[in-house]
Design a protein around this ligand. Sequence first.
Ligand code: SF4
Length: 111
Amino acid sequence: MSTQKTFEQTKLFTEMVARKQDWALNPDPIFYNNLVEGLTTNYNRYGYFLCPCRDTEGSREADTPAICPCVWSRADILQYGHCFCALYLSKEFAESGKEPRGIPDRRYEDA
Ligand code: SF4
């Protein structure tokens, strides 16, 4: 039985990840809050921080690569300046003031 997370706890989690990885958080407060909300909902539904932009594949094992920060986040941030959801941005990208765009989902690239 996993404990439930509040919006504030999830927010702290994203801040901790950003600090640790030296990333920036999405500066648009509405967009950011929606993603934090989605992560919180996923945590409380599945027991782990499944990516808020992806669907579950039915088990924790299958979803493990898509637990935030997902295994593709580093490569996406290097290549595009932000992760698939655009929750995390490289500091460079954030400072450029560019808008995140839709990027391919690496989850199914090797499938
Ligand atoms: S795409 Fe972004 S928000 Fe989604 S799991 Fe990866 S790092 Fe987290």
